[in-house]
Design a protein around this ligand. Structure first.
Ligand code: NAD
Length: 427
């Protein structure tokens, strides 16, 4: 048995991300008319890989670390998904994130399946040399699974372009020639794509604009946005929204949050975070906690930190009219029910934060062809795919009379299920 999920009893004990992912799957799949065997098949990760490996610390001592890589599905193509370095990483979290990657890639029409990986480690507790040794050893352990045609990792929480560069180099040294297409989210000078770093945050804001149009909420300078998480996704979303004239009234990270009713100067906040490591203490705003950010006075809430942040407990107090999920899995199914009852429009993660994997796909295509695009081309193609995916999801929501999450999931599940049906069950 893969998970302690009580689907058969109908009781959903929502206490971990995989149970959330499965509950969402059940909600969407019941609107679809497809074979029970395919429905059951798509609940399970295709393969799961656990590695335990030693890393030498700078002081000479050797410590053991645990890492994972889960392929949820390879039906539509090679599996794609990020690598997370965090103490909170466990197998159920990785399973959930891998499943969401399958739906995300299918929803936006990429020729990929879904995967995710992670190492149980606080990256800030390692020196750069230790982080490099840990990454190279973890990459070596993943060699049976990864290749440019089977499984292509990317950055996620706690990892970045430098980590991808070490993985690309480790893989290339092993096979004896350079293989840029083995990872995406690399530095540009070794085959990374223009615009990849900003892609997820930019995509979140493209989707936010579509939703604001749908809700008749404009002009930009009247719209107040609160962003939880100020890392890759949150800070780039904040910067792009700010450049379009939106008022970013609140931002937070693991150190706490800041609020300014007049709007934050995002360039100054970014410079402050660069210097101090967090938003806490930023002088031109009031201090708030992460919990206060979620319920602060704003029009749009962008959770862009981690899963499980919007719950039945805080959902009744959320004041935003629109929630655009930058993070993966930030809303529990119980909170979804509250938002639906309260008429709060939620744009789900697999749509809202798909910009990252879309530009990762562009990067992979450019690497395979050794033919590189300029940033305007990247942004143009990103915008085309994001807007098209929003309309498709909105139309499905209307046609089935369901919320945007269910619409996004059922569109994606239908695409994967159709492909399973066409391919058939092997042997
Ligand atoms: P990151 O590590 O760059 O940033 C994470 C941010 O969240 C940091 O500011 C951190 O301080 C903050 N944070 C961590 N724990 C927190 C807490 N308990 N409360 C409040 N803030 C907290 O990670 P990222 O790449 O920006 O990823 C953020 C989310 O977006 C994750 O759910 C990730 O899976 C998802 N995502 C990322 C990408 C991408 O391209 N990086 C793409 C799609 C989805």
């Amino acid at each position: 048995m893969v998970v302690a999920y009580q689907a058969s009893t109908g009781q959903q004990k929502i206490d971990n991300p995989y149970q959330i992912a499965l509950a969402q799957y059940d909600r969407a799949a019941k609107h679809l008319n497809f074979e029970e065997s395919i429905k059951e098949y798509l609940k399970y990760p295709q393969r799961e890989f656990t590695v335990n490996f030693p890393v030498r610390r700078d002081n000479g001592q050797v410590e053991m670390f645990t890492g994972y890589r889960v392929h949820h599905s390879t039906v539509l193509g090679p599996s794609k998904g990020g690598l997370r370095y965090s103490l909170a990483v466990d197998l159920d979290e990785v399973r959930a994130l891998a499943m969401w990657m399958t739906w995300k890639c299918a929803l936006v029409g990429l020729p990929y399946g879904g995967a995710k990986g992670g190492v149980v480690v606080e990256p800030k507790s390692l020196t750069t040399a230790e982080l490099e040794r840990l990454t190279r050893r973890y990459a070596s352990e993943l060699l049976p699974l990864i290749s440019p045609h089977s499984d292509i990792p990317a950055p996620d929480m706690g990892t970045n372009a430098q980590v991808m560069a070490w993985i690309m180099d480790t893989y290339s040294m092993t096979v004896g020639y350079s293989v840029p297409a083995i990872v995406t989210g690399k530095p540009i000078n070794i085959g990374g794509s223009q615009g990849r770093n900003e892609a997820t945050g930019r995509g979140v804001i493209i989707i936010m604009e579509e939703a604001l149009q749908q809700l008749n909420m404009y002009p930009a300078n009247d719209v107040r946005v609160a962003i939880q998480g100020f890392g890759n996704v949150g800070s780039h979303a904040a910067a792009y929204a700010h450049s379009l004239g939106y008022k970013i009234v609140a931002a937070s990270d693991v150190t706490g949050g800041v609020y300014s009713a007049n709007g934050l100067d995002i360039d100054k906040v970014r410079a402050y975070v660069q210097e101090t490591g967090g938003v806490r203490g930023y002088p031109e705003a009031d201090y708030i906690t992460n919990e206060e950010l979620i319920t602060c006075d704003c029009d749009v809430l962008v959770p862009a930190a981690m899963e499980g942040q919007l719950t039945e407990r805080n959902a009744p107090h959320v004041r935003a009219k629109l929630i655009v999920e930058g993070a993966n899995g930030p809303t529990t199914p119980g909170a979804d029910d509250v938002f639906n009852d309260r008429g709060i429009h939620v744009v789900p993660d697999i749509l809202a934060n798909a910009g990252g994997v879309v530009v990762s796909y562009f990067e992979w295509v450019q690497d395979l062809q050794s033919f590189f695009w300029d940033v305007d081309e990247v942004y143009r193609q990103l915008e085309r795919i994001m807007r098209k995916s929003y309309y498709a999801t909105e139309n499905t929501a209307e046609a089935h009379n369901v919320d945007m999450r269910t619409a996004a999931q059922l569109t994606a599940i239908q695409r994967v299920a159709d492909a399973v049906k066409t391919r058939g069950f092997y042997p």
